[in-house]
Write a protein that binds this ligand. Structure first.
Ligand SMILES: O=P(O)(O)OC[C@H]1O[C@H](O[C@H]2O[C@H](CO)[C@@H](O)[C@H](O)[C@H]2O)[C@H](O)[C@@H](O)[C@@H]1O
Length: 379
């Protein structure tokens, strides 16, 4: 399926402040409202009071937030500390609320009866294991084969915090949809899908934050690289519409210094905001756009937004994936599946422990869809 467009060129490289994007999408999906919007860019309709720097970690301090993003500190549950044995007990109890998507596969596919499934996959920690060096986060060939196979039967998109180009290089499958930079850079398949006879002509693009590109790449990224270069282990990653400042390999004593530099940067660029990932501080445009919006946008653009006909499934492991889980849960659209080895509160419906379970789940979905499409041939 192409990204849907009623216009000759679906390519949208500018947010086009006064007219609307050329892709046919509903107003509510736009990162800015169409009413009362004049000419200064999409970020204006977001409340101008800059939220507290740690808006997404509530009242905890920077340092606590950074610590809680560490997988080394996840044996806390409901305010209590657990030994690793206790974690198993806690995990099993937690699974009553977030059942395994593997053991619930029958239930999931029966909710999809008579509907299409649309599959959304996060990359790091979902398709690839978490590793110390972000440049080494390769997915296995078996995982790649699983994703390639499922995409033959189910429209499949990768939604990542990485730049779109980088995640495409890691995944290496041109037949998928990609949304990089936490959904701020969306592209359709660059080669025909297996079940398609006509060639895809356009790389349909949607970039709601395109005006931020020079600021982020030429100023913010460059200055963060410069100011953090003396901090051993710090790594600044250019994710095109956002910048990731990794502290996974930084001595805990220097975490406050990393945080200070990021905070100073945010003060200098009030149109940017902070989000937390796994041992990473991420700076991104202050735009009402996230992975949830990207999922909504893709469903709408692909004509897959009717809950009557489509069951979207989103698999992800990180805080930023919660926006997509929330969108699916609140609209009763579909299911979020949280990938985690330890209990945590989530807007997801189901859980998987790690990327190997994700692969098993993807394979099960493909088997199911393959058998359904075979059956369809005979009726
Ligand atoms: O949305 P995602 O595809 O999950 O991307 C989120 C961030 O993932 C990467 O960082 C994380 O994975 C690294 C490799 O395993 C790990 O070293 C790091 O500590 C994690 O935070 C990526 O490097 C970031 O740019 C993404 O934003």
């Amino acid at each position: 399926m192409d990204l849907k467009s009623n216009h000759s060129s679906p390519i949208l490289t500018d947010p086009m402040p006064i007219t609307k994007p050329r892709l046919r999408i509903h107003d509510s999906l736009l990162p800015y409202s169409s009413s009362g919007f004049i000419s200064q860019g999409p970020f204006l309709t977001i409340p101008w009071k800059k939220p507290g720097l740690l808006d997404d970690v509530l009242s905890t301090s920077w340092f606590d937030a950074m610590k809680s993003s560490s997988p080394r500190n996840i044996i806390k549950y409901n305010g209590y500390d657990f030994s690793s044995d206790d974690v198993d007990v806690a995990y099993n109890n937690w699974m009553l609320k977030y059942p395994s998507a593997l053991t619930s596969i029958e239930q999931i596919v029966s909710s999809a009866k008579g509907k299409k499934i649309a599959l959304f996959l996060d990359y790091d920690g979902t398709l690839s294991p978490i590793v110390d060096n972000p440049d080494d986060a390769f997915m296995s060939n078996a995982m790649r084969a699983a994703v390639r196979n499922v995409a033959k039967y189910i429209p499949t998109a990768i939604i990542s915090g990485r730049s779109r180009e980088k995640v495409l290089r890691f995944v290496g499958l041109k037949e998928l949809y990609y949304a990089g930079s936490h959904g701020m850079d969306i592209m359709g398949p660059v080669q025909p899908l297996a079940d398609r006879t006509t060639e895809v002509k356009d790389e349909s693009l949607y970039q709601p934050a395109s005006e931020f590109l020079p600021m982020i790449n030429e100023q913010v990224f460059v200055s963060l690289v410069e100011i953090t270069k003396h901090i051993e282990g710090a790594k600044v990653e250019n994710n095109k519409f956002c910048v990731s400042v990794h502290y996974r390999n930084v001595d805990e004593k220097s975490w406050t210094t990393v945080a200070q530099y990021v905070q100073d940067t945010l003060k200098r660029y009030p149109r940017l905001r902070l989000t937390h990932g796994r041992m990473v501080l991420e700076i991104r445009p202050m735009l009402k756009w996230d992975k949830g919006k990207a999922v909504e946008f893709l469903l709408e653009s692909l004509d897959l937004s009717s809950s009557e006909d489509v069951l979207p499934i989103y698999v992800g492991d990180d805080r930023t994936d919660e926006d997509a889980f929330k969108f699916l849960r609140e609209g009763g659209h579909g299911y979020g599946i949280l990938v985690t080895p330890a209990p945590k509160e989530s807007n997801a419906y189901y859980s998987l422990r790690d990327p190997s379970e994700v692969m098993e789940f993807i394979n099960s979905l493909a088997i199911h869809k393959k058998s359904v499409s075979r059956f369809d041939l005979y009726i």
